[in-house]
Ligand binder design. Structure first.
Ligand SMILES: NC(=O)c1ccc[n+]([C@@H]2O[C@H](COP(=O)([O-])OP(=O)(O)OC[C@H]3O[C@@H](n4cnc5c(N)ncnc54)[C@H](O)[C@@H]3O)[C@@H](O)[C@H]2O)c1
Length: 255
């Protein structure tokens, strides 16, 4: 049976863990070659090992999305390996606990923590997008998906910088979709609800009952449930979909 991404090449950032790892595996399952990128080569190689064990093919790349030269080199490495870049999933991100800002109210966040979250979650997506668009323009088109969040749609108590970064990712997605439609590049976002990954371990320990109480489906999502939406938005089946944010949240924002 034909895969949804047969013969295409794809890049995933934050692919060493959670949603990025599951999406790299789903891309490969659907027939794409996958450039698996993460902060450390070790993390990227572990996911590439899983891709290869499942019969897929790809390359592992170390890249910090806060470093523009590293992002340029990451896109160049993917293009060198596959001869082009058809799909990109800009997914690397951090949560407040990673900058010691768990539960800190908006007015009390340290400036360094605020700037760090925005630099990874927003500027990192923009850096990736601009290098990907440069390549996709040369080859005549492509599809990009950015990871936003339900925190890009509603406020999140004690997670101000995170929610701001994800709202901004949606603004970036919509505007890039408008700007680059004429380049035959589609740009969309996925808005995950609470998903079972290392990122949510700490919030679940702290407030698991309250969080699940707000999810109509009463459970965390699985990383693979986000990957399915990303694969579809990157595929030709989504040929008229651009500038969209697809919420996959078990009903969290329907309440
Ligand atoms: N898990 C959730 O509930 C949830 C909900 C909504 C949105 N998201 C978003 O999904 C994305 C993936 O999150 P996850 O839950 O899989 O988390 P995760 O912590 O399991 O994975 C995030 C990955 O991003 C990488 N990363 C962090 N900083 C980086 C940097 N500067 N450069 C390159 N890579 C970097 C990490 O090394 C890690 O492998 C994030 O953007 C996150 O904000 C997650």
């Amino acid at each position: 049976m034909a895969g949804m991404l047969d013969g295409k090449s794809a890049l995933v950032t934050g692919a060493g863990s959670g949603i990025g790892r599951a999406t790299a595996l789903a891309f490969a399952r659907e027939g794409a070659w996958v450039a698996v990128a993460d902060l450390t080569l070790d993390a990227a190689q572990r996911t590439l090992g899983a891709v290869e064990a499942a019969g897929g093919q790809g390359v592992a790349i170390a890249c910090d999305v806060t470093d523009d030269a590293a992002v340029a080199a990451m896109v160049a490495a993917a293009v060198n390996a596959f001869g082009g870049l058809d799909c990109a999933f800009n997914n690397a991100g951090i949560a407040p606990y990673q900058v010691n800002a768990t539960g800190v109210a908006t007015a009390d966040i340290e400036e360094a923590a605020w700037l760090r979250i925005l630099d990874v979650n927003l500027n990192g997506v923009w850096r990736c997008l601009r290098h990907e668009v440069a390549q996709m323009r040369k080859q005549g088109g492509g599809a990009i998906v950015n990871t936003a969040s339900v925190g890009g749609l509603v406020g999140l108590r004690g997670s101000s910088a995170y929610a701001v970064s994800k709202h901004a990712v949606l603004g970036l997605t919509k505007t890039a979709a408008i700007d680059h439609a004429a380049d035959n590049i589609r740009v969309n976002a996925v808005c995950p609800g609470y998903i079972e990954t290392p990122m949510t371990e700490e919030s679940m320990r702290r407030a698991g009952e309250r969080i699940l109480g707000r999810v109509p489906m009463g459970r965390l999502g699985q990383p693979g449930e986000i990957a399915e939406a990303v694969v579809w938005m990157c595929s030709d089946r989504a040929s008229f979909v651009t500038g969209a944010g697809w919420t996959v949240d078990g009903g969290y924002t329907a309440v």
